[in-house]
Every structure is written in structure tokens, then in C-alpha cells.
Design a protein around this ligand. Structure first.
Ligand code: PEP
Ligand code: MG
Length: 604
């Protein structure tokens, strides 16, 4: 049964199968047993103190900071061992918060001025922060509010001397369900036995989402119900592709998922065996498949899944998640050099930071009404010129192997492109004057993500070396449908006729002028959409690394002339439904390895 939204859930009252929907942010199926994590036991009680007790409370506060810091350092070491350095930086940010003198001055002042205990003073400070963060519309920044909450709760626990439950040992096949899963709690978990995650809170940019994707743990977040009354020990299935958690599955459901799991496991391992062979259609056209990544820890997946280089490195994660030294020119040069080494001759396209204003380190104050349409991507880079120049210098300094390309995000008009190119050319000159060995002819391309860039493609394309289509944003802006908003997901349709016509226009222009064009939105990670893209004329696709074996298999089964014919006909339909039905029928009946149903739903 599906539950009506917002109804409370009690397994005692509802012993039959329950399905809850959420956002599938890490695909795959997990069948296991729930472990409920309730991390909200940090009750701070108000105790009025006398003036003579102020000093004692301040001492308690300082001691709790020292305890929390020690705990976080130990956790960080464990996280580095088990998840790698890329994820452990999250805890560095928490450790840094504990060193924030201004923050603790303010808590001390609350203790002495309001004559309250340290726990209560921390709670008041936290409430102030959360009230400010709650009014922010950008999901990413709100997420930083939960980091502060995470640290404050650790302090309150340290003050009360409360011992936290030991989660470092989970039973085999554990599926963790929680209202929310802050990164420091995630870091405590026994990753070896964790097979799935489901939480009520969290969005696509949350650390939980990033870590789950990178570890390839099936995960559903943003559950429509709070799993408040879910207990530990229920049998559960996570379908991270469909965005579903099934509790107390009936025997037929369980059997269905077991066989689906087995089928996918077998077919996926045989697909991986083939994934190092280039993908050619049955009539001999090679389709190049590259990887989209955001963390260095994903580099092994680039190799394992047979990617032909990196089509998109989302560099903004360096700035939002890492420590200041990683953002410095030297730090970035080191990182880009590593990317260039792994990418070998296939190459890597480094996208310059695609941040919105409120995600900028240090100056996170200006909050926009509508950040998706605000000062982000190239618009922000051209304003934050020092930061942009530093990044361009670092990319160029790492370009000795001549296999790096620069991709500029969210270009809306020619003047932005020209301004960015001027800055790149000036930087090339500067570095040559410094006598450095750099790629002075580095390829510079743009992301096509905005309708105005589609309309102006014939002009833009003349001034770039390549085009990269960001369908995740292009669909969002063409349809005016926020890609993270579940309520309007019916509008977020990569097969909408307007999207198909836009893609066709870009492909035709690029082919006629002979410039390389690549699709790097996650649309390419779905076999049916990938076939559509190939039918439109695209021969380079970039996607999440784990999807590459599946797409290579789909590519091998299609015949390019037939797919072109099918897509041409599909473009004549006016509604998404007609297009979908037509494609599923035509592709499914003509080509053997169409994984219709698997990965079919587009999940971002
Ligand atoms: C896109 O918009 O399709 C894209 C690849 O960029 P991102 O998902 O990082 O916005
Ligand atoms: Mg984008």
C-alpha cells in the first residue's frame, strides 16, 4: 500500500507492506534490515544560574569544546581510512567551527548576560543561526545550517556527558533509516555493512547524497513521511532508482526484487567485463562515453567503468567543501594535475566553478530571491575575478600534458564568453611570461544550459573550440521547472518536444560547422534517452561513471540509421506521453538490449 502523505506510520498498526516515496539519489536495489537512527536526543534544559556560577559554566563550555574536538578528530581519521580524504573534509569544516572565537564569545556572553547554563546558551545561539538559515531559499546553503546544528548537538551531548550509541558495528545488510543523517553521524557508521539509506531530510546537494552516490549505496532522501515510528529490525527494500523504500515487503514483492537484483547483478557484472571495449553501434559508428565527476575519489570509477576520459569535472566542490589550502592556486594545480594524469590521452574537461553567490566561501552573505536565475556560473566568475583568475592559472599550470579543456558554465550571451576568453588569454600570456610550460592553445568550450544560448548557438559556436550541453539545467530553464522541486517534477521532462527541438538545433549547428559537441547532463545515463541523443546526431556522451557499462551495452545493440529514423518520427509528436510510448515501443521491439524500466526514470 502507498500511504497518504503526512500520515503517521506505525508498523504495529500496519503490519502489511508499506511503500514510501522520496528522491532516488543513488541508484540500485538493497534488501536488508532497518537500523533506525534517531539523532535528536540532544535536549538542552534551561537552568538559571547565579553570577557566582558564570565562571563554572564557561569552564564547562570550554571543556565540552575540547571533548567535541577530540571526538571529531578521531572520527575524521576513521572517515579518511574508510571513505577517503575527499569525504573527511566535511569534518574539517566542523573542527574549524569549533575554533570560531566569535561564536564562542557570543555563547559566553549569553551565559553571563542571561545567567543561563552552557547547554541553554548553545541552544539559543543555534536557534538564532537556524532562524537565519531557514529563510534561505537555496538548498545548498540551508544544508550548511544543518552542519552548524550537527556541531551544536555534539557540544550539548559533551556537556551532558551523554554517551552516543556505538554505530561503528552494524549487522550485515543494514539499511539505515533516519529523519536526517548529518555527516558526522554518517561518518560513525559501519560502512562495510551499510547497504542502503533512507532519510526524510536532505536534498540533492546534501553530503549524504554526495557520499551515498560516491560509495554507490542505494539511497532515497526527502521521504514524504517522517520515519518517526519506524523501528530497528524491519525487513526493507530500497529502490534507489525509483526513489522508493518498501517496509515489511510481501512475499511476492520480495521475490520480485530479489530476482530483479540478481538479474541486474549478473547483467551488470557481464557488462563491466565489456566496458573497456569502445562502444560501436551495430553499423559501426563509435560513440565516445566519458565520465562526469566531482570528487577525486571517483577517479577509480572512471577507470573501472571504462570511461574514455572525463567529460565534466564539476570544480565547484573544491570551493564549497574543501579547506582553504585546496582552493589556493597551488592546491588547485595539484588537484588538476592529478586529473590530467588519470585522464591520459582521452583528456579531461574542467568546468570552471559553477557556484551561486551565497555558496561563495568567505562572502556567503548576499542571499538572492532566486539563486538559480541569479549571480551564478560564469556570471559570478566574472564578478569574483580574483577567484576566477586563480582557477584559470591553476588549470593552465596543470596543462603540461595538453589534455585539459576548459568548460565555461551557464553562458547566456556572447559578451560573457568574450570576457572570459579575454581573461583566459591574458592569463596564458602572463604564465608564458613567467616561463612556464603550459598549453597555450588550450581548448575552451561552453556549457549550453540556457535557452538564449540555444537560440544564439550559431554565433556562440564560432567563438569556441567545443560545446558541452548541460541537459540538467537546460531542461530546467526551458521548462521553467526547478530541477530539485518534487512538486513540479511532471514538468521536468527531457523528452519534451521543446527539449528535443533545442537539442536537434544544437546538434545540426555543431555538425554543420564541424565543432565537437558533447552531452554531459545525466540524461545521457539513461539508455532510452541516450538512444534519442544518438539519433539526434550526438556521438559523445558524458555521464555518471557507473552508467557507462549500461550505455555501452545499449549503444552496441542499436543501428544508427534506424535510431535516426525513429527519433525523426518522435519529433513529430506534440506530447511527452506520445513520444515516450512511441520510443519505448520502437526501441524495445527493435533492439535487444534495451533496459526499459531500469534507470528509466530520470533522477537528478
Ligand atoms: C547540467 O546542467 O546538465 C550539468 C551537467 O551541470 P550540473 O548538473 O552540474 O548543473
Ligand atoms: Mg548545469
Amino acid at each position: 500500500m502507498m500511504l497518504p502523505t503526512n500520515s503517521p506510520i506505525s508498523l504495529k498498526e500496519l503490519p502489511s507492506e508499506i511503500q514510501m516515496r522520496g528522491m532516488g539519489i543513488s541508484p540500485g536495489i538493497a534488501i536488508g534490515t532497518t537500523v533506525r537512527i534517531d539523532d535528536r536526543g540532544h535536549k538542552a534544559e534551561l537552568i538559571h544560574i547565579k553570577e557566582s556560577q558564570i565562571e563554572r559554566e564557561v569552564r564547562r563550555l570550554k571543556r565540552s569544546v575540547a571533548v567535541a574536538r577530540r571526538q571529531l578528530k578521531l572520527l575524521k581519521e576513521r572517515m579518511e581510512r574508510e571513505l577517503g580524504k575527499d569525504h573527511a573534509y566535511i569534518l574539517d569544516a566542523h573542527i574549524l567551527m569549533l575554533q570560531d572565537q566569535a561564536l564562542f564569545k557570543s555563547v559566553e556572553q549569553t551565559i553571563s548576560q542571561q545567567l543561563v547554563n552552557a547547554e541553554w546558551a548553545i541552544k539559543l545561539e543555534l536557534d538564532r543561526f537556524l532562524a537565519a538559515y531557514a529563510s534561505i531559499s537555496d538548498g545548498y546553503l540551508r544544508q550548511r545550517g544543518s552542519d552548524i546544528e550537527d556541531v551544536a548537538h555534539r557540544l550539548i551531548d559533551a556537556l551532558s556527558g551523554r554517551r552516543k550509541a556505538d554505530r561503528s558495528k552494524l549487522r550485515a545488510h543494514s539499511i539505515v533509516v533516519a529523519d536526517e543523517l548529518p555527516p558526522s553521524v554518517l561518518a560513525e557508521l559501519d560502512i562495510e555493512h551499510l547497504i542502503g539509506l533512507a532519510t526524510h531530510a536532505g536534498g540533492w546537494a546534501s553530503h549524504t547524497a554526495i557520499i551515498a552516490k560516491s560509495l554507490r549505496i542505494p539511497a532515497v532522501i526527502g521521504l514524504e513521511h517522517r520515519p518517526e515510528q519506524l523501528s530497528t529490525g524491519c525487513q526493507a527494500i530500497i529502490d534507489g532508482t525509483e526513489g522508493l523504500i518498501i517496509l515489511n515487503p510481501s512475499e511476492p514483492t520480495l521475490q520480485h526484487y530479489k530476482s530483479l537484483c540478481e538479474h541486474r547483478r549478473k547483467s551488470f557484472s557481464s557488462l563491466i567485463e565489456q566496458s573497456h571495449i569502445p562502444a560501436k553501434t551495430s553499423d559501426g559508428e563509435e560513440i565516445k562515453l566519458r565520465a562526469n565527476i566531482e570528487l577525486l575519489s571517483e577517479l577509480d570509477a572512471v577507470q573501472r567503468f571504462g570511461a574514455q576520459g572525463i567529460g565534466l569535472f564539476r570544480s565547484e566542490y573544491i570551493f564549497t567543501n574543501m579547506l582553504p589550502q585546496a582552493c589556493s592556486e597551488e592546491g588547485q594545480t595539484e588537484l588538476y594535475t592529478r586529473l590530467s594524469e588519470v585522464a591520459e590521452d582521452y583528456g579531461v574537461a574542467i568546468r570552471t566553478f559553477d557556484l551561486s553567490q551565497d555558496r561563495l566561501p568567505l562572502t556567503r552573505k548576499a542571499v538572492e530571491e532566486n539563486p538559480a536565475m541569479g549571480l551564478r556560473g560564469i556570471r559570478l566568475a566574472l564578478k569574483a575575478e580574483d577567484m576566477f583568475r586563480t582557477q584559470i592559472r591553476a588549470i593552465l599550470k596543470a596543462s603540461k600534458r595538453r589534455n585539459i579543456r576548459i568548460t565555461l558554465p551557464l553562458i547566456s550571451c556572447l559578451s560573457e564568453l568574450r570576457q572570459a576568453r579575454r581573461l583566459i588569454n591574458d592569463t596564458i600570456k602572463e604564465l608564458l611570461d613567467e616561463g612556464l610550460d603550459i598549453d597555450s592553445k588550450i581548448s575552451v568550450g561552453i556549457m549550453i544550459e540556457v535557452p538564449s544560448a540555444v537560440i544564439m548557438i550559431d554565433h556562440l559556436i564560432k567563438e569556441v573550440d567545443f560545446i558541452s550541453i548541460g541537459t540538467n539545467d537546460l531542461v530546467q530553464y526551458l521548462m521553467a521547472a526547478d530541477r530539485t522541486n518534487k512538486d513540479i517534477s511532471y514538468l521536468y521532462q527531457p523528452l519534451h518536444p521543446a527539449v528535443l527541438r533545442s537539442l536537434a538545433r544544437i546538434a545540426e549547428t555543431a555538425i554543420s560547422i564541424g565543432k565537437p559537441v558533447e552531452v554531459c547532463g545525466e540524461m545521457a545515463a539513461n539508455p532510452i534517452y541516450a538512444a534519442v541523443l544518438i539519433g539526434l546526431g550526438f556521438t559523445r556522451l558524458s555521464m555518471t561513471p557507473a552508467a557507462i557499462p549500461i550505455i555501452k551495452d545499449a549503444v552496441r545493440s542499436i543501428e544508427i540509421s534506424a535510431v535516426k529514423e525513429i527519433v525523426k518520427k518522435a519529433k513529430d509528436f506534440y506530447t511527452i506521453r506520445e513520444i515516450e510510448e512511441f520510443l519505448v515501443e520502437e526501441l524495445g521491439s527493435r533492439f535487444s538490449s534495451f533496459y526499459t524500466g531500469i534507470n528509466w526514470r530520470y533522477v537528478n
